[in-house]
Write a protein that binds this ligand. Structure first.
Ligand code: ADP
Ligand code: MG
Length: 262
């Protein structure tokens, strides 16, 4: 019922993204395996949400579905109130280009292109205001890489490469940036930098950020944590409410100890 659905935590604020009872199953030989068993959540514009869960809990599957890269077996995904699960591939490609930016663990930059050219790529797809070169420079400055415009990926550190990838995700000014283990290939310092950057960008641009991670110390940087276990939502609230903070503190202490011992 619509009234109870919208009468929950985020009264009045427009939903950037909503998953309604999303399931995903795959054929495995003559059987089917259920990967997602009815996932529901509602994310408000401008929220910074971490989806946490152990490896195999379904994080990447959820992200693929909410990004329109994969289809649910049943259920709906609404981006800005529009159901994307019934769209054609062409419509989906357009939604992805205009409304959704993606960031991956392995950065996925094109090695032969400079930082600036990598960020321009999505601007050559679909219609976007202004010149790609000017916009690319603007977003690279926004992520603190105004001095690295003409560097290629192999001339940049891992942390810098992930900043370029974040700039590329932001180039089309999407409503939502979806990142799958964005700090998975980074050391502790670069991880912290990328998380600070996400928090700062969220504040300055109002972009919604949804990141998946298995790491409590990463999830602790978000304002809201959705915990997955075995394809189900088993927790949804602030890091404290989901029990992330203590685990994160313990993990951080262990990491610092490991550095000292080296
Ligand atoms: P996570 O990102 O949390 O590690 P995934 O979403 O990648 O989890 O995977 C969830 C579960 O679905 C895992 O058990 C994985 O093995 C299974 N799975 C994902 N994709 C496929 C696939 N294409 N074929 C078979 N099993 C898959
Ligand atoms: Mg994954």
């Amino acid at each position: 019922m619509a009234a109870s659905y919208y009468g929950s935590a985020n009264d009045g604020a427009p939903a950037a993204l909503e998953a309604r009872n999303v399931t995903r199953s795959l054929p495995l030989g003559r059987e089917r395996i259920d990967i997602l068993h009815g996932i529901s959540f509602r994310i408000t514009r401008g929220e910074f949400v971490a989806i946490i869960g152990p490896s195999g809990s379904g994080k990447s599957t959820v992200l693929g579905i909410i990004a329109g890269l994969d289809s649910p077996t049943s259920g709906q995904v609404l981006v800005d109130g529009v159901d994307i699960t019934k769209m054609s591939e062409g419509q989906l490609a357009s939604i992805r280009n205009q409304k959704i930016g993606m960031v991956f663990q392995a950065f996925n930059l094109i090695p032969t292109l400079t930082a600036r050219e990598n960020v321009e790529v999505p601007l050559y797809v679909g219609k976007h205001a202004g010149s790609p070169a000017a916009r690319s420079k603007e977003v690279l400055e926004l992520v603190g890489l105004g001095h690295r415009l003409d560097h290629r990926p192999n001339q940049l550190s891992g942390g810098e490469q992930q900043r370029v990838a974040i700039a590329r995700a932001l180039a089309t000014a999407p409503a939502i940036v979806i990142a799958d283990e964005p700090t998975g290939n980074l050391d502790a310092r670069n991880s912290a930098n990328v998380l600070d950057l996400i928090r700062d960008l969220r504040e300055r641009t109002g972009t919604t950020f949804i990141i998946a991670t298995h790491d409590p110390s990463v999830a602790a940087a978000a304002e809201r944590v959705i915990r997955l276990y075995d394809g189900r939502v088993v927790g949804d609230g602030t890091p404290e409410e989901v029990g992330i903070t203590e685990a994160a503190a313990a993990e951080k202490a262990a990491a610092e100890l490991a550095v000292e011992e080296r």
